[in-house]
Write a protein that binds this ligand. Structure first.
Ligand code: CMX
Length: 466
């Protein structure tokens, strides 16, 4: 099946049309992210208009009946600029793999001399497709620190949630309530022109990302630390440092883990449930808070982001039922029993990936360096060595390899964060970087209300059965 098929006989001359990534607008050397975006957007908008004018009638793929009944797997129907997922290789953020990002992006630490990339730098990359300088990443830190304060009604709301309300429900509800602060909603109400939508989405996105660690930390402390105060933001420290500190962790290795964690969970192209939901709800011009809260309700599903919680529950069950010194043969039996009881092995498989997730690999490398002898890490490693063969033998899962969620919980519990129900909230804080940078571009490119066509089975039969 040709990837890009013209409906006419006209030969495609792709090199004549620049893709948005190759528009080649070098940014002004400003350290202000909004200025850099404002400089880029007109050229990208023009490029997309020209691209669509010349190639708008070309086919990009075909839809089969199985795709329609099968969760739309493989349907080419979304434009997402921030990242692309290759089934074999894994995610590339604006063309850069995770190891490349780890090498090229500015790092944390006093003078950028830390071990892990700053999520601030990754956000800059997602927004602009450019690797930022240390100063540019630091300027994002500064803005996020300045925008972090929460309105009182959200604090009151968080403090009044019952302890049995899942942390993800609290997180999503608080994000929805933050829409009292939406600059986009106000501007829309005041009749702002469509060409300026992206600026207000940008402002809301920066505000929201700045506020999420505080929201998440209040939830954590209310549930697991007797409601102790999260303290104040340290203006001289980065986003991850402040988040770790507000949660109550001062181990520098945990802070490095947070930088890694918050960077790698950010974006996984446009079709995953949280990204797609944010994009879909945003297309109705619901403000970014409402759109992202909807995405978080999707992330809270056990087949998506809640899998990191499920993995640790499952690991704990292995230890409880089989004992701490589990052998490979016992582990094989345990995995088979999980499958035979009709459950999935959490942390394994993926809708798009067909190899070990590079997000798993970089967390494994972190563990090999920092906690090589941790019993739970050893268990995770043993699971890695037995599970793919079992899933292949069972023959159902298209991808028998581990995904991002198979590893994250083990790292968190090593540093004392044993509250597994909370893990998906961390994933959610990170996912804001991807969903919201995409949302800025959705509005910059003027993408319309999303509204695919659906059919009923009767109609499909009429269409297809002879
Ligand atoms: N354990 C057991 N069975 C699995 C499996 C796993 N880890 N992964 C897939 N399968 C099964 C599916 O349930 C499906 O079975 P049925 O035909 O009986 O319904 C069959 O294999 C085919 O599924 P698939 O096409 O390989 O996978 P999907 O694209 O439908 O689903 C995913 C992908 C991630 C939901 C699935 O692999 C899964 O449930 N994994 C465990 C949960 C998990 O780790 N989710 C996190 C994903 C990453 C993230 O979003 O955070």
């Amino acid at each position: 099946m040709a990837f890009l098929r013209p409906v006419t006989n006209r030969v495609l001359q792709l090199n004549k049309v620049l893709s948005p990534l190759s528009v080649g607008v070098r940014s002004v050397s400003s350290t202000n992210l909004k200025d850099v975006l404002a400089n880029q957007i007109p050229a990208v908008q023009k490029d997309v208009v020209e691209f669509r004018k010349e190639y708008g009638s070309c086919k990009v793929g075909e839809v089969t009946l199985d795709m329609m009944y099968g969760g739309m797997r493989g349907i080419r129907g979304l434009v997402t600029e921030t990242s692309v997922l290759d089934p074999e290789e894994g995610i590339r953020f604006r063309g850069y793999s995770i190891p490349e990002c780890q090498k090229l992006l500015p790092r944390g630490g006093k003078k950028g001399d830390g071990e892990q990339m700053l999520p601030e730098g990754l956000f800059w990359l997602l927004c602009t497709s450019e690797i930022p300088t240390q100063e540019q990443a630091n300027s994002v830190t500064k803005e996020w620190n300045e925008r972090a304060a929460l309105p009182n009604h959200v604090i009151t709301m968080l403090n009044n949630f019952p302890a049995n309300l899942h942390p993800m429900s609290q997180f999503s509800a608080a994000i929805t309530a933050l829409n009292s602060e939406s600059k986009f909603a106000k501007a829309y109400h005041d009749g702002v022109k469509k060409g300026s939508y992206w600026e207000y989405v940008y402002e809301d996105s920066m505000d929201m990302i700045a506020k999420l660690p505080t929201v998440a930390s209040i939830i954590y402390r209310n549930l697991y630390r007797d409601g102790t105060s999260v303290g104040a933001i340290d203006m001289d420290k980065d986003w991850s440092w402040n988040f770790a500190s507000m949660l109550g962790y001062d181990n520098p290795d945990f802070t490095e883990l947070m930088r890694l964690y918050l960077a790698i969970h950010s974006d996984h192209e446009g079709g995953n449930v949280s990204a797609h939901t944010t994009h879909l709800v945003g297309s109705a011009l619901s403000d970014p808070y409402l759109a992202f809260a909807a995405g978080m309700n999707g992330l809270a599903g056990p087949l998506h982001g809640l899998a990191n919680q499920e993995v640790l529950i499952w690991l704990t069950k292995v230890q409880k039922e089989v004992g701490k010194d589990v052998t490979e043969s016992q582990l094989r039996d345990f995995v088979w029993n999980t499958l035979k009881s009709g459950q999935v092995v959490p942390g394994y498989g993926h809708a798009v990936l067909r190899k070990t997730d590079p997000r798993y690999t970089c967390q494994r490398e972190f563990a090999q360096k920092k906690l090589p002898n941790d019993p739970m890490f050893k268990l995770v490693s043993m699971i890695y060595s037995v599970t793919p063969d079992i899933l292949m033998e069972q023959g159902k899962a298209k991808n028998p390899w581990p995904n991002v969620d198979a590893h994250s919980g083990v790292l968190l519990q090593y540093y004392g964060m044993t509250e597994m129900n909370y893990y998906t909230v961390l994933f959610g804080v990170s996912r804001a970087l991807g969903c919201l940078s995409s949302l800025i571009w959705d509005r910059a490119l003027g993408l319309p209300l999303e509204r695919p066509k659906s059919f009923d089975t009767k109609g499909l039969k009429k269409m297809l059965c002879k």
